[in-house]
Design a binder for this molecule. Structure first.
Ligand SMILES: NC(=O)c1ccc[n+]([C@@H]2O[C@H](COP(=O)([O-])OP(=O)(O)OC[C@H]3O[C@@H](n4cnc5c(N)ncnc54)[C@H](OP(=O)(O)O)[C@@H]3O)[C@@H](O)[C@H]2O)c1
Length: 326
């Protein structure tokens, strides 16, 4: 099968390229998926440069999500059948024509979703679910602030927060991109900048927000926590703006704020299976009737994967870049 060549230590920063490799065999509790579409994530950009190795025992080939048909099942892979249309959350291996996935991370494709639409979902949707629901404990009637919301993860998190019954404020660098999020359920948008906390608080009549899901991190993260209500939670999911910040610890103590770091890929297969099951129970019918939908910027042929990586690196993407695998 064709796959994206994994990083090798002496090939730092070289152009991503496809190579011929052996088709993996499904072990107990795994499914072999014939991939019809896959999607790109920020983590792939790091992995291809040797900066984000896969968890031990997982495929060294990049690619965190896919959609396709089940070609074979290992022992004890109950609940699925050969030929079934599925999408999967992967710890790696998705940038290939075939991949094995633990069945706990495989989901039937809901309703009339195409392979391309389904491939755009698992990583963004499960990241949003994990951090809004499991880590952030977002409840109906609360207010969530999503920072760097015009991203692949953010565009799904906004829809999910709305479906959870929350009020959603979106934040980012570009007002035009934030305004587009209103069609997905955002109630208000605030551009990152000096008056940020003041502007967020003004939206809620000075009360602040219950939860921040922060995909940007960086120097201003500590300051953004000033937008939290008493007892508020801030879940840090990405560090695109940098890895250092100052937090007002006295404010954290006094107002009983919580700052939670969170990563999906490194979680155990068992934990991922629980998250996938909980997410599917909540989202499958909402995906079927399109209350929740993947946001796709562009679809490219798998053979143009090097170009796709370049486009993701350059930024300005609205939602996901998907690859169609022939
Ligand atoms: N912890 C986890 O388990 C997990 C899982 C998946 C993703 N992530 C992380 O989540 C983040 C978003 O991922 P994605 O795939 O959704 O990314 P994406 O679609 O490529 O979008 C990137 C977003 O980051 C924003 N951004 C870039 N540099 C920024 C900066 N210096 N300050 C503020 N915003 C900045 C962009 O803002 P503009 O709209 O202004 O261009 C854009 O909205 C990444 O950091 C990724 O690594 C974490």
């Amino acid at each position: 099968m064709l796959a994206l060549r994994p990083h090798a230590p002496d090939r730092l920063n070289t152009r991503p390229e496809l190579f011929e490799t052996k088709t993996p065999m499904p072990a107990e509790g795994e499914a072999l998926i014939r991939i019809r579409a896959t999607a790109l994530n920020r983590a792939d950009l790091l992995q291809i440069r040797g900066l984000y190795p896969p968890p031990p025992g997982e495929s060294p080939i990049p690619g965190l999500e896919c959609a396709g048909e089940i070609e074979a099942l290992g022992q004890g892979s109950d609940g699925f059948e050969v030929g079934q249309r599925v999408m999967a959350l992967l710890a790696g291996g998705g940038h290939a024509q075939k991949v094995v996935a633990p069945v706990g991370q495989v989901m039937p494709i809901p309703g009339g979703l195409s392979f391309e639409e389904a491939a755009a979902l698992p990583e963004a949707a499960l990241t949003a679910w994990t951090n809004l629901v499991r880590e952030g404990e977002l409840a109906g009637g609360e207010t969530a602030l999503v920072v760097a919301a015009a991203s692949g993860v953010g565009t799904f998190a906004v829809q999910l927060a709305r479906e959870l019954g929350a009020r959603v404020i979106v934040a980012g660098r570009d007002r035009e991109r934030l305004e587009r999020l209103k069609a997905l359920g955002a109630d208000a948008c605030v551009v990152l900048g000096e008056d940020f906390v003041h502007e967020v608080r003004a939206i809620g009549s000075g009360r602040g927000v219950d939860l921040i899901m922060d995909l940007a991190g960086g120097a201003d993260l500590g300051q953004r926590m000033g937008a939290l209500k008493h007892g508020g939670r801030c879940v840090l999911v990405g560090v695109l703006a940098g890895m250092q910040t100052d937090v007002d610890l006295a404010d954290m103590l006094r107002r009983r704020l919580r700052l939670i770091g969170s990563v999906l890929r490194a979680r155990s297969r068992l934990e991922k299976a629980e998250l996938v099951a909980d997410f599917s129970a909540f989202a499958a019918h909402r995906l079927e009737d399109r209350r929740l939908k993947p946001v796709i910027d562009r679809i490219l042929p798998f053979e143009e994967i090097a170009d796709a990586y370049r486009q993701l690196r350059e930024g300005g993407v609205w939602g996901k870049i998907v690859l169609r695998v022939a």
